[in-house]
Design a protein around this ligand. Structure first.
Ligand code: SF4
Length: 298
């Protein structure tokens, strides 16, 4: 791995609009060595002065803890939930060397601030004690994206990330804390990860890991993501290109979605792992007890 390029930030957390019940993102890194072929964050390198390659030139915000403390101690800060790594993975390879996350977690503990971390790495276990401590004070959610239970496919799709088995083991460990845990089965890839074998494989391992929820989501293709994903198909699965064009260029996605939802509904019932991540968040952060209406893909 190349050394990270140090950069400085003015603010640690950025406000993000959208339908999620949390609106603050903190990203320690720009770029991500997991190099997922469906990654939606590739666009983010465009805004850097020294651009480089998204999966090869990783920028680290070396003053992020300092900037975070300024935000957290501001009397106007209302202890909003902070999503750590909404754009790039906070526990990618570089974090083993840069070690930015422990200082960030210590600040979250000091200021009693709720967080969400989503990672495809079990390096997060290094910080188990800090996350455990924070989870005893406030809301913590640890999630991992798992698109496939098939390790050969995973290595092609997410070459820099650890195996699904290691991600599930990591989630199981965090099940010993007071944090909620979840699986993001996102994106579901037509003809690659949407078969019953794979869906059952991911749901059954999620069940074994004791996660609180499993959230699926369909693949969307646009901009650089589309370009990189089609290059991946061309290299690994050229026979699927025509099928993808039918779905993504000729409006076939709507028809494709309905039977997939039905299949997922049956599998979800079988394993009793539901999509509701909001109830606990609402209860623990916003003090609301009403049940949350969820669609299958919420
Ligand atoms: S882990 Fe997330 S940010 Fe990193 S390459 Fe994969 S999808 Fe992109």
């Amino acid at each position: 791995m190349k050394a990270c390029i140090p950069i400085r930030c003015n603010t640690a957390c950025t406000y993000v609009k959208g339908g999620f019940p949390y609106h603050w993102d903190l990203n320690v890194y720009r770029g991500c060595t997991h190099d997922c072929k469906y990654c939606y964050a590739r666009y983010s390198h465009r805004y850097l002065q020294e651009k480089g390659e998204f999966a090869g030139d990783i920028f680290v915000k070396t003053n992020i803890a300092e900037a975070l403390e300024r935000q957290l101690r501001n009397p106007k800060w209302d202890k909003s939930v902070i999503n750590l790594g909404g754009v790039t993975d906070s526990y990618q390879e570089a974090e083993a060397v840069e070690k930015q996350m422990p200082a960030i977690l210590r600040l979250m503990i000091r200021y009693n601030n709720p967080i969400i971390i989503s990672t495809k790495s079990d390096l997060i276990l290094r910080d188990f004690d800090l996350i455990d401590e924070l989870s005893q004070k406030t809301y913590v959610n640890i999630a991992s994206t798992v698109t496939t239970a098939n390790e050969d496919l995973q290595r092609k799709l997410e070459p820099g990330a650890v195996s699904p088995k290691r991600r599930f083991m990591m989630l199981k460990e965090f099940g010993k804390t007071k944090a909620s845990t979840g699986v993001h089965m996102m994106p579901l890839l037509p003809y690659l990860t949407d078969g019953e074998g794979n869906l059952n494989g991911v749901f059954s391992q999620a069940k074994d890991a004791g996660v609180d929820y499993l959230l699926p989501g369909l693949l969307y293709l646009r901009g650089e993501t589309k370009q990189v994903f089609y290059q991946f198909l061309q290299k690994e699965y050229p026979n699927l290109i025509a099928e993808y064009r039918k779905l993504y260029q000729n409006g076939g996605l709507k028809e494709y979605r309905k039977p997939l939802y039905e299949k997922l509904g049956i599998i979800r019932e079988k394993y009793q792992v539901f999509a509701d991540y909001k109830s606990r968040l609402n209860r623990e952060v916003f003090g609301k007890n009403e049940p949350v209406q969820l669609s299958l893909f919420d």
